[in-house]
Design a protein around this ligand. Sequence first.
Ligand SMILES: [Zn+2]
Length: 64
Amino acid sequence: MTTHGPDAEVPPPPPAAHRAPEPAGGGEPACMLHLVCPDCGRLADEHGARSCSRCGAPLPDCGP
Ligand SMILES: [Zn+2]
């Protein structure tokens, strides 16, 4: 077996640091802003709430 054979069939290694760093969810005060209802100012009970449970107003999205 030769050690310097044609390695064209060998797929290139996956690029490192290709994934975007995910923010550690769980206790970020800055991320709580999107949980506050812009209409009545109520803080959503659930972390993933998308609408106010009090007046039903849609909560602003924290993501891009
Ligand atoms: Zn509300």
